[in-house]
Design a protein around this ligand. Structure first.
Ligand code: SAH
Ligand code: SF4
Ligand code: F3S
Length: 450
């Protein structure tokens, strides 16, 4: 009798970058003959792909790891892996804290998983956190969806926002070559994928590190050029991209989005704070006036564009008045969606060492007030969909109502409609919106439009 194959499980925390890395690591494990299981407590290999953006994200990992470490004491053949940003931040220290670990690997090593596991199988405890050139994506990712896919275009971050761990854990910017990106997307088109989200921490900084000349002060491989270059890949009907940094967001990029029919009308551009002094202390490199101008320009080209962003409350030194400026910005711009967070001091970042930290109850109060305003504004923004006909790309069953399917509008609103997934999956359906909620919609399908 052949032994049953080893089972693996990956739990992913954090941002889309980590999700994309997990899909590639799952691809490697599939390729090695392991078999996916949903249950981390049935698996023979458990991989936590971790996030350290805020303290609570980091702590979550330790509680999961504690349980697996106890399990390993009963089952020494269990392989325990910590990947991602906590792995990069903590390195060797993680082994001292959880000696049961077999492998600690930073995000730049995701494509090298097989190599690293070979070293583990040879009996080594391995830490891979040195800075490396990202290997081209030779692995075939095991993608969660068969309709939408993430494609990395730039890794790392060259900014130095004073609150943020990302540059420390993700390293310097490394753009992939346009041809390699296009080849990956062509393959996705052949496999039947319909939507691609291009990923980068600051995607609009794409290309700065690529070889090539600068003409009239403009790099010849910038993100706008990339959009034009990728746009006609056949089979792919929608392009999205995230995350944009206000410093690099140009009118030329906005024009490209307005011009290129496959690029969806949704922009995720974090502003972090609506106060210029706070923005300066954060070292963001723009003012709130510049941010407002960008949104204004987007809306002048694409009046119905959906706008989302990230914001932090309770940054060191933030006064009530400065916080009010964030509320003013949110009120004036009326975001479709906003990710909000209380400032969390992070190891190795400048702002964590400052002595003007804000008390936790004040942060919590500001967060609650901001979230309330966000919900009010999102509800107002949703109203415009009532009775409208929207194109929805159907992705999956509505887990709460199996007789419904769900997908997203071009503007990224989650939308539910009655229907059979077997028929509609991967279809773009014209849907008449009948119910609106702050962050989702419900509607009735008209005839399929594609
Ligand atoms: N590169 C993107 C964001 C990456 S991190 C950008 O520059 O906009 C995702 C979000 O986490 C950030 O936008 C910020 O709002 C939040 N964040 C980062 N560090 C944080 C910290 N120390 N405390 C609270 N929120 C933080
Ligand atoms: Fe962090 Fe700033 Fe880089 Fe965004 S731009 S990842 S917030 S350092
Ligand atoms: Fe978290 Fe790393 Fe992303 S810290 S937000 S997983 S880049």
């Amino acid at each position: 009798m052949t032994p049953s194959p080893r089972r693996y499980h990956i739990t992913t925390f954090g941002c889309q970058m980590n999700k994309a890395d997990s899909e590639r690591m799952a691809g490697v494990l599939d390729h090695m003959g392991l078999v996916w299981t949903d249950d981390p407590y049935q698996a023979d290999l458990v991989l936590y792909n971790t996030c350290t953006i805020r303290d609570n994200a980091e702590q979550k990992v330790y509680s999961y790891l504690g349980r697996q470490a106890r399990r390993k004491q009963q089952r020494p053949d269990l392989t325990l892996v910590v990947a991602g940003c906590v792995a990069q931040q903590e390195g060797e220290a993680l082994l001292r804290r959880v000696p049961e670990l077999d492998l600690v690997m930073g995000p730049q090593h995701a494509n090298r998983l097989q190599d690293l596991l070979d070293q583990v199988l040879a009996g080594n405890q391995v830490v891979a956190t040195d800075a490396v050139d990202i290997m081209e994506d030779i692995t075939k990712p095991r993608r969660d969806s068969q309709v939408t896919a993430w494609v990395n275009v730039i890794y790392g971050c060259n900014e130095r926002c004073t609150y943020c761990v990302v540059p420390g854990v993700r390293g310097v910017e490394q753009s992939r070559m346009p041809q390699a990106i296009r080849t990956e997307i062509e393959e996705l088109g052949r496999q039947g994928f319909k939507e691609v989200t291009l990923l980068g921490q600051n995607i609009d900084a794409y290309g700065r590190d690529l070889p090539g000349s600068t003409v009239a002060g403009r790099h010849q491989h910038n993100f706008t050029d990339l959009l034009y270059y990728l746009h006609d890949v056949s089979g792919i009907e929608r392009f999205r991209f995230a995350t944009s940094h206000p410093r690099y967001f140009t009118e030329r990029l906005i024009r490209a989005c307005a011009e290129l029919p496959k690029v969806c009308e949704h922009f995720h551009i974090p502003f972090q704070s609506g106060d210029n002094q706070v923005l300066k202390a954060m070292a963001r490199g723009y003012t709130q006036e510049k941010y407002r101008r960008i949104i204004h320009t987007i809306r002048s080209y694409i009046p119905d564009a959906a706008i989302s962003a990230d914001a932090i409350v309770g940054f060191p030194g933030e006064t009530e008045e400065q916080f009010q400026h964030t509320l003013d910005l949110v009120n004036d711009i009326a975001f479709d969606h906003l990710n909000t967070a209380a400032y969390s001091p992070r190891p190795g970042t400048p702002a964590a060492r400052w002595d003007n930290q804000i008390d936790e109850p004040i942060k919590a109060d500001r967060l609650q007030r901001l979230n309330h305003l966000v919900a009010v504004k999102a509800a107002e923004r949703s109203q415009r969909y009532q009775g409208r006909i929207e194109e929805v790309l159907v992705e999956a069953i509505n887990p709460k109502h199996p007789a419904q399917v769900m997908g997203r509008t071009r503007s990224n609103r989650l939308t539910f409609l009655p229907g059979d997934l077997a028929v509609l999956k991967g279809q773009i359906v014209a849907v008449k919106i009948t119910q609106v909620r702050p962050f989702s919609l419900t509607g009735e399908p008209l005839i399929p439009v594609s």
